[in-house]
Design a protein around this ligand. Structure first.
Ligand code: PMP
Length: 286
């Protein structure tokens, strides 16, 4: 059975889904996206993803083509039609396809946006990497200055992951002005003397929906949280490190640039936060 995807109001088999060669997402990366995880066939933190989508669209001066309710309906229908129990729903909205390649933004009334969504199966909870932890390298953060907008312009993260893989490592953390910004597709956290430290929110990082939930759960569990920049040296000397994202939840990091973190195994804070995140997300999934 082929996967059913959503494209501009229709549910079609993936082989039949078509996007124009003039689509601005394809030609200019002129679009935004969201990844929402699915557990037990239900959406995790849908409201957070819908709110960030609305914000990203606003920042690139696009009107939202779908309401939050409509989007929830589309996501649920995709999950249902594809009998997805665990994985993700990917959503992409671009400024549509004009008749030519033209830098000027088309008039929205004449050129409708492209709205595309599809499901992906993934073992998120039982991901074996959560048991071993992952290794990261550090690289210069060479992305544009508005990383708070979740655009489909992901060339540098793609290259960052490739640099890591070429060195036999799992992922990369990006560094700017001597401090860590975030991972290629995740937020970076370290733990020192029981305190969770992660970069403060600004235009320099994506405001992770998982980061927000995890920090709230940590505070509820009486853990101390510090939202501030940290250096690579501070990270290397940390007791623990981990990343957060919708597709990895809380994932322990056990090596940074070849330096072992803690005892080289997933630490108690990351392990506990992962458990809490899964437990609480299951409860509030819709
Ligand atoms: N930072 C970046 C650069 C990302 O691409 C992502 C995931 N798309 C995140 C952080 C994590 O965000 P979320 O928890 O909302 O998946």
């Amino acid at each position: 059975m082929s996967r059913i995807v959503y494209i501009n109001g229709e549910y079609v088999p993936e082989e039949e889904a078509r996007v124009s060669v003039f689509d601005r997402g394809f030609l200019f990366a002129d679009g935004v996206y969201e990844v929402t995880s699915v557990l037990d066939g239900k959406l995790i933190d849908f409201a957070g993803h819908a709110a960030r989508l609305e914000r990203s669209l606003g920042e690139i001066e696009m009107a939202s083509p779908v309401s939050g309710e409509e989007l929830a309906e589309v996501f649920r229908e995709l999950v249902r039609r594809n009998a997805l129990t665990e994985g993700m729903v990917y959503l992409q909205i671009t400024r549509g396809a004009d008749r030519d390649r033209d830098f000027d933004c088309p008039v929205p009334e004449l050129v409708p946006p492209t709205v595309l969504a599809f499901t992906q199966t993934k073992n998120v909870v039982g991901n074996p990497a959560a048991k071993t932890g992952i290794s990261v390298i550090t690289i210069d953060d060479l992305r544009w200055a508005r990383r708070d907008i979740k655009t489909v312009q992901l060339l540098y993260p793609v290259l960052g992951k490739k640099m890591a893989k070429d060195q036999g490592k799992d992922d990369a953390w990006m560094v700017e002005d001597g401090v860590v910004t975030e991972g290629t597709s995740n937020n970076a956290c370290i733990v020192r003397e029981g305190r969770i430290i992660t970069r403060d929110l600004s235009e320099k990082i994506l405001h992770g929906i998982t980061r927000k939930a995890v920090l709230a759960f940590a505070r509820e569990a009486q853990m101390k949280v510090e939202e501030r920049p940290f250096t690579v040296d501070e990270a290397k000397e940390a007791d623990e490190a981990f990343i957060t994202s919708a597709s990895t939840f809380v994932m322990p990091v056990i090596e940074i640039d070849g330096a072992r973190i803690g005892d080289g195994k997933p630490g108690p804070v990351a392990t506990r936060l992962r458990e809490i995140y899964v437990e609480e997300s299951r409860k509030s999934a819709i």
